[in-house]
Design a protein around this ligand. Structure first.
Ligand SMILES: Cc1ncc(COP(=O)(O)O)c(C=O)c1O
Length: 381
């Protein structure tokens, strides 16, 4: 028997108490019991997203919330800016184009970021921009984009700022109202330590105004219809009841830890991971601010990234992730978000040493683990 470890940048492990909560018999969604449950979840989400706005909880993966953000705020022929510095930035552009929205890309090489002043400049130079789309944590490259800076730029314009926080909600600080973000989308299976299946859309007043004007077709993801019912703690369609039950449990866990501590824990584990990887002589893929959710690493010369991922699985029963798109074969990615602690990072780095040695890379035994332990000791939790 080889114990299984899920160390991918999503889905992430689900804590036992959450699994047990979700194993309870189904509560019917048109009952006072469900309404009471959802009332608690609503309040918890406001706390988590640091907003006074309601969150629309959809039955979808994160991409569903991305599509809902596009179709509910835009009309055919609208012009938008897309921060495109990774696979998920590309996804924003693909969704917009699918729905006949004109995309003005703001590109940066993968691994880098688009500075906020470029967004501000593009907004000034490009008349009629209705929205700016970006990631907070670009999971494909391991970079954290400057959402606060982007929000400063969009606040002074007609455009709304739409942020994909699929791998940053509950991982990195994103005070929606304080920063002036207009639409936050996320999913259940990353920082929220839940199974895949829930997606979230939270809109500012400016974004809700857009929803009233938007003409793109939508049926299942109709945020205005959802909002009418959310305030009564009722779902529009059949919700993923069990995951909502799990979400209540997760919110309680995060509240007990405290938001600042949640962010600090992720930052600390990410620093330890980076130190460990670099101690083995490997190069980080992120050349801009690294994401606290995930670390992307160049595979050593002569060793295919996919081979590293496959060896983690075959030799150690550990799931990590490879590179996506143009990064396929060049990088591997270690997730450290959600239900993770010090020893998860040490397991991942210990396994990395063994995997690389197995693939013929000269490993200084203990170098990665030791470097990570040093960071953890120097930054007590
Ligand atoms: C930043 C980001 N955006 C969007 C998605 C898409 O989410 P999903 O696969 O849940 O549709 C992911 C998933 O990895 C992600 O990391």
């Amino acid at each position: 028997m080889k114990k299984y470890y899920l160390m991918a940048p999503g889905p992430t492990p689900v804590p036992n108490q959450v699994l047990l909560a979700m194993a309870q018999p189904i509560v019917h969604h048109r009952t006072p019991a469900y309404q009471a449950l959802f009332a608690q979840v609503r309040e918890g989400l406001k706390w988590l997203i640091q907003t006074r706005q309601e969150t629309i909880v959809l039955v979808a993966s994160g991409t569903g919330a991305m599509e809902a953000a596009v179709t509910n705020t835009l009309s055919p022929g609208d012009k938008v800016l897309v921060v495109r510095a990774g696979k998920f930035g590309e996804r924003w552009a693909e969704i917009c184009k699918t729905f006949g929205v004109e995309v003005v890309p703001l590109d940066a090489p993968f691994g880098q970021t688009v500075p906020a002043d470029r967004v501000a400049e593009a907004l000034k130079k490009t008349p009629g921009v209705r929205a700016v789309f970006c990631q907070h944590s670009e999971t494909s490259t391991g970079v954290l984009h400057d959402v606060q800076g982007y929000a400063q730029a969009t606040r002074q314009s007609e455009a709304i700022l739409v942020v994909d926080a699929v791998s940053s909600l509950g991982v990195a600080d994103l005070p929606m109202d304080a920063w002036g973000v207009d639409l936050v989308v996320s999913g259940s299976q990353k920082g929220l330590m839940l199974p895949p299946g829930l997606a979230f859309c939270t809109l500012s007043d400016k974004a809700w105004e857009r929803v009233k004007q938007a003409k793109l077709p939508r049926y299942y993801f109709n945020l205005l219809e959802e909002k009418k019912l959310v305030v009564k703690n009722q779902p529009h369609f059949t919700p993923a009841v069990s995951i909502v039950v799990g979400l209540k449990e997760v919110l309680a866990m995060l509240q007990a830890e405290g938001l600042a501590n949640v962010f600090k824990r992720h930052d600390r584990l990410a620093r330890a991971t980076r130190a460990g990887v670099e101690a083995l002589g490997l190069e980080l893929f992120a050349k801009a601010t690294p994401s606290p959710a995930i670390t992307a690493v160049f595979s050593p010369k002569g060793i295919e990234g996919e081979k590293v991922v496959a060896t983690f699985a075959s030799s150690h029963n550990i799931t990590i992730a490879g590179g996506q798109g143009e990064m396929k074969g060049k990088v591997f990615r270690l997730g450290h978000m959600g239900y993770v602690g010090d020893f998860d990072v040490l397991v991942a780095l210990g396994a990395l040493e063994q995997v690389l040695a197995e693939l013929g890379y000269p490993v200084d035994w203990g170098a990665a683990v030791g470097a990570a332990q040093k960071v953890l000791a120097e930054h007590p939790s």
